[in-house]
Write a protein that binds this ligand. Structure first.
Ligand code: PLP
Length: 378
């Protein structure tokens, strides 16, 4: 069948890298797609849909409130805007002009990361505290004393890096100043009980991305304090056309299909048999390992490719293949390029003399195709 992809000559890609935005995020389950088709049949009013879905998400984690957003990056942007404007519609309209508002978002010097710039889209200045040696509670006190910080951004995957203040320490100091702590926990979706822990540890707002739990690539949610989530709705897109103020977050609008999909995928994820999911990865990795076992110059080992892009031992979701170029006649880089040039294109992780095949979003038949393609490439 000649599909739209064929019409545009867009190459289909076998994704052996795992969950990456540029590769489309995750694969939606039949249940999620079905829910999107179902909600397509009828119109709904988005305000009650956002309120209801938010309340449902909050109830899953014991949070006061929550709201679906078009991803975790959008949640950082909206959360920052909410901390600046609060529930004031005129301030929402005024952003990113911060005249007569607080103007800074604080971040630890050892916490700078790829997504921190989303906090600046609101007009706020991202201000580092601490130095190359790390961050002290005294430095945080000093940064807060200026009384112009609207929020502290705390990427939780960096909570334990050297020199970092822990979330608990940050919360303890920030709270008397009334400055909310925003935790980016975009990929902390497994074990599933992890998601609720940041609120228990004192975070005021927490962002999760649905791309990591089988939801839409452009989906996610923010949860936390009721007043702040209410402020998020004040800066988000509804009642832009019908309301009295031109709200800041109008470009971050969402359709009903995505809002529903973010929740249905979350429900599936929370109820999923994750042991079975891991056994499935184990089996797929073994299939690929056996498949390439006879090839001279290749050796392989089951590994876990982590969300922060490291290979560790467990839980297995990938096969790490070491390429002995002297024996195969091809470097790992040349092999990865050859796989990428196949039809369909095969995308894998490539580092040094190694190729990593992550099975997380692969079907069984795709695993077989990758084995064939590796043989063909040599
Ligand atoms: C992917 C990611 C984001 C952005 O999430 P989106 O839902 O794609 O906007 C933010 N923070 C971290 C740590 C991420 O891994």
């Amino acid at each position: 069948m000649n599909t739209f992809l064929d019409q545009l000559d867009i190459r289909r890609t076998i994704n052996g890298c795992g969950i990456y935005t540029d590769l489309g995020g995750s694969r939606l389950s039949e249940t999620v797609v079905h829910a999107m088709l179902d909600v397509n049949k009828d119109f709904v009013q988005l305000k009650p849909l956002l309120d209801g879905s938010g309340a449902w998400i909050a109830s899953q984690f014991g949070a006061e409130a929550a709201r679906v957003t078009p991803g975790a990056a959008a949640a950082i942007m909206l959360g920052t805007a909410a901390c600046l404007a609060g529930q004031d519609g005129n301030k929402s309209e005024q952003l990113p002009d911060l005249t007569c508002m607080k103007s800074r978002v604080l971040i630890q010097s050892v916490h700078r990361y790829k997504y921190d710039r989303q906090a600046t889209m609101s007009g706020a200045k991202l201000t580092e505290y601490g130095g190359a040696q790390g961050n002290s509670t005294a430095q945080l006190e000093e940064a807060l004393a200026a009384n112009d910080a609207a929020m502290i951004l705390h990427p939780i995957h960096l909570d334990e890096v050297e020199g970092s203040l822990r979330l608990e320490d940050v919360v303890k100091i920030a709270r008397p100043h009334g400055v909310p702590v925003f935790v980016d926990a975009a990929y902390m979706v497994f074990p599933t009980n992890l998601m609720a822990t940041y609120i228990e540890r004192g975070a005021d707002l927490v962002a999760i991305s649905s791309k990591y739990y089988g939801g839409p690539n452009a989906g996610g949610f923010i949860m936390g304090r009721a007043d702040l989530v209410k402020a998020v709705s004040n800066v988000h897109f509804t009642a832009y056309e019908s309301g009295t103020t031109l709200k800041y977050g109008r470009p971050l609008k969402m359709d009903r299909h995505t809002i529903v999909a973010v929740c249905v995928a979350l429900e599936e994820w929370l109820n999923l048999d994750h042991d079975a999911r891991h056994r499935h990865y184990d089996r797929q990795v073994q299939v690929l390992k056996q498949d390439i076992a006879g090839i001279t110059g290749l050796s392989s080992e089951p590994k876990c490719f982590t969300m922060d892009e490291r290979f560790i031992d467990e839980p297995v979701n990938a096969l790490l293949i070491t390429v002995d170029a002297a024996k195969t006649g091809k470097s790992a880089q040349a092999m990865a390029d050859a796989l990428f040039d196949q039809q369909p294109c095969i995308a894998v992780i490539q580092e040094d003399d190694k190729i990593g095949v992550v099975v997380e979003v692969l079907t069984d038949s795709e695993v077989i195709k990758i084995g064939e393609a590796i043989r063909n490439a040599l």
